[in-house]
Ligand binder design. Structure first.
Ligand code: HEC
Length: 144
């Protein structure tokens, strides 16, 4: 028993350690390149995640680099000028609106897009302020 203990770490243990290290290095590189997200990173754990899936996902993706749907990808929309995703064909009115996506503007937008931008074409309205707040929390944080 004691002899075994003294032999530690055995070759086997070292081998496992080297593989583990390689796996960690791979994971960290993927993290640095933005291929994977850190576990529990702020924006994937917000309560708004479920609400976004239910209310917005049919028309919007929100992960970095994800494709457009009926609406544009929303990664990094916080603080951005409206109509800025070049690969998306916006309505002229939204594109020329000069609006920046602050919490307040997002709140009016989700309440009634046409009240904020008359010629806009997003077919969605949310009159529940609490649902809007949670979705906006999530959308605003989707850039880390
Ligand atoms: C039925 C489809 C549909 C649904 C549901 C929908 N959207 Fe949209 N959204 C669009 C379209 C289409 C546009 C582009 C509008 C335009 O060009 O006038 C848009 C535009 C936007 C923009 C402006 C993006 C930019 O780059 O300027 C934001 C922000 C947005 N949507 C957020 C949301 C959120 C948050 C939800 C869920 C609460 C939602 N949308 C639900 C279709 C949808």
């Amino acid at each position: 028993m004691l002899e075994h203990f003294l032999e530690w770490p055995s070759v086997y243990v070292w081998e496992v350690a080297v593989h583990l290290l390689a796996a960690i290095v791979l994971y960290l590189s993927a993290l640095a390149l933005g291929i994977v997200l850190p576990p529990g990173s702020a924006w994937t754990t917000k309560p708004g995640v479920k609400l976004f899936k239910k209310h917005c996902k049919v028309c919007h993706t929100i992960g970095r680099g994800e494709p457009k749907r009926q609406g544009p990808n929303l990664w990094g929309v916080a603080g951005r000028l409206a109509g800025a995703v070049v690969s998306f064909k916006y309505s002229d009115d939204l594109k020329d609106s000069g609006i920046t996506w602050t919490r307040e503007n997002l709140d009016s937008w989700l309440t009634d897009p046409k009240a904020l931008v008359p010629g806009s074409v997003m077919l969605y309205k949310q009159k529940d302020a609490e649902i809007r707040r949670q979705i906006i929390d999530y959308v605003m944080s989707a850039n880390q």
